[in-house]
Design a binder for this molecule. Structure first.
Ligand code: DGL
Length: 285
């Protein structure tokens, strides 16, 4: 990792848990984590100035994610959650296998695709699953690959929804324009496999569109959002890794950081979280 290997010494002290997304979407994951594990300290980082990641190349998503993890490590986070499917699909493996061993082998970066996939086996009856996600996540084939590892008999069909993240980031998710794009992709997905009985919303922005997604999804089809599964998986991870748990400070605080103007982020974040937040502007390099 350019940059991380330049570290002379990262702090060995306990620090907050880092939660990263390309923008606001990761707040849907943070919100559930915070509800389940309120005693920990957190730093939420949204790279709003460069969102969306979903249409960007592998190299660019990796480089942006690397910079974000680098920033969170420098703030003292020993554990970072990539609360972004696109970053989990395109950057997680390289960061885990190449970069962390170079900078500090004791630090951990966890993704959100595996914990999401673990729960689907109990939910689908038809064994046909749909995945709605960004173009980057769909093209990476991360969902079908992870699902097949655990449930080889399940059929997986993916549909990229490139307009959904911009609808959320621009606060257009409740308007009529959103209906057109939401319906179109759900119809496309179900026409490609009419046996689908379970749809994974494989992008952390999509729960913000949940009302419209429900409106255009036929009754009887299960919709899977990720927040609760990721939070439960993190709780379990901390229980199984007491040494890492001891390196996560417990003061109940959260620092929200964005690469965009802080005021703009604060207004939007308050809408998603239903409470006001203080925001710090940061630069990623
Ligand atoms: N929220 C992110 C995800 O889960 C990506 C959004 C984007 O930047 O395209 O994939």
């Amino acid at each position: 990792m350019k940059g991380m290997d330049k570290f002379v010494q990262l702090s060995k002290e306990a620090g907050p848990i880092g939660v990263f997304d390309s923008g606001y979407g990761g707040l849907t994951i943070y919100d559930e984590i915070k509800k389940l594990l309120p005693e920990y300290d957190y730093i939420y980082l949204g790279d709003n100035a460069r969102t969306p990641y979903g249409t960007r190349s592998f190299d660019v998503v990796y480089e942006f994610t690397r910079q974000a993890v680098d920033y969170l490590f420098r703030q003292g986070c020993q554990l970072v959650i990539l609360a972004c499917n696109t970053a989990s699909a395109k950057a997680l493996r390289t960061i885990q296998q190449v970069d962390i061993p170079l900078c500090d082998p004791n630090r951990r970066v966890l993704g959100i695709i595996r914990p999401t996939v673990e729960c689907v086996g109990d939910i689908t009856k038809s064994r046909h699953i749909g995945v709605l996600a960004t173009e980057g996540t769909i093209k990476s084939l991360s969902y079908p690959l992870e699902i097949r590892k655990l449930f080889p008999e399940i059929e997986v069909t993916g549909e990229a929804c490139p307009m959904w993240v911009p609808l959320v980031e621009t606060n257009e998710f409740a308007g009529e324009g959103a209906d057109y794009f939401v319906k179109r992709h759900i119809d496309n997905l179900l026409s490609r496999d009419p046996e689908i009985d379970t749809i994974i919303l494989g992008c952390t922005h999509y729960p913000i569109l949940i009302e419209k997604i429900r409106k255009y999804t036929p009754e009887g089809i299960n919709l899977i959002t990720q927040g609760a599964a990721v939070a439960a998986s993190l709780k379990d991870y901390l229980r199984r890794h007491p040494a890492m748990d001891a390196l996560c400070t417990k003061g109940g605080t959260t620092l929200f950081c964005t690469t965009e103007a802080g005021g703009k982020f604060g207004d939007q974040a308050s809408l998603f979280l239903n409470y006001p937040v203080e925001v710090k502007n940061v630069v990623l390099v």
